[in-house]
Write a protein that binds this ligand. Structure first.
Ligand SMILES: C[S@@+](CC[C@H](N)C(=O)[O-])C[C@H]1O[C@@H](n2cnc3c(N)ncnc32)[C@H](O)[C@@H]1O
Length: 245
């Protein structure tokens, strides 16, 4: 089972992001050398902007003009140069074939309308042997958002068809056929909300964003009744080389 976000309630989203007190992906990204042309698609307000160094040109793409505006504000404050802002869908990115040396995306592949089409686009616009970095959620106690399973077996070769979400099945088969896995790390995002009331308020945003589904609603409420902040969200960092034919 997978859930589709209809749209982003932007200010709720940013309020939620501001409650993140620990994001080890920052340290992992700091170790990267972003040489050449870099694309961050579904970048939102581009939380990793301050640490993306070394690129010759950075392209930020999101379907939300509002969040791109926030990203632009941050870039201007930081005095960052050579950034293009593209308001478009990741399923149909307005770039020529073989444009980017590196493509990255964080916490978004499960949100886009079609991750298959998005991955086709990544494959098309990345240069031969280009690097793709995917940062995303996996199972753990964030099951109420996505029904994902741990993918630690990816490295050893996974059996597709076990209890897994469609998106991870797709990625696992992708990693077995169209990409070479270079690095795989798991980590936890830690969110601390100022109050239980605030948490419930953000959850209402989630309910609205998800296609109305009584099971999701029940799961969110059951979850909130059991657990208090801090919330730990199991996440994964995958670095892969895309193998183009
Ligand atoms: C959970 S946010 C992640 C944002 C950012 N990458 C981060 O790590 O905070 C998901 C983002 O995906 C964007 N998005 C959703 N569907 C999209 C699509 N089809 N094309 C482009 N962006 C999309 C949303 O506007 C939102 O900014």
């Amino acid at each position: 089972m997978s859930y589709v976000f209809d749209t982003y309630l932007h200010d709720d989203f940013l309020a939620f992001e501001n409650c993140c007190v620990s994001d080890p992906a920052i340290d992992l990204l700091k170790l990267e050398s972003f040489q050449g042309k870099l694309l961050d698609f579904a970048c939102g307000h581009a939380p990793y902007l301050p640490i993306l160094k070394g690129y010759s040109e950075l392209t930020l793409l999101d379907k939300s003009a509002h969040l791109l505006g926030k990203a632009r504000g941050t870039a201007e404050k930081l005095g960052l140069k050579n950034i293009r802002y593209i308001n478009a869908q990741s399923e149909n990115m307005p770039f020529a074939d073989n444009t980017f040396d590196m493509v990255m995306s964080s916490f978004a592949l499960g949100d886009v309308t079609s991750w298959r089409q998005t991955m086709n686009e990544v494959e098309r616009i990345i240069k031969p042997d280009g690097i793709f970095i995917l940062i995303d959620l996996i199972g753990g106690n964030n099951d109420f958002i996505y029904d994902l399973v741990q993918i630690a077996d990816v490295i050893e070769g996974v059996q597709i068809g076990r209890e897994s979400s469609e998106i991870w099945c797709f990625l696992i088969s992708y990693l077995n056929s169209k990409a070479r896995l270079l690095q795989y790390e798991t980590f936890k995002l830690i969110y601390e909300f100022p109050s239980r009331e605030k948490t419930k308020q953000l959850a209402e945003g989630l309910e609205i964003r998800m296609k109305s589904n009584p099971e999701v609603r029940e799961a969110i409420h059951a979850y909130l009744d059991q657990k208090d902040s801090p919330y730990e969200i199991d996440s994964v960092y995958l670095k892969m080389k895309i193998l183009k034919r």
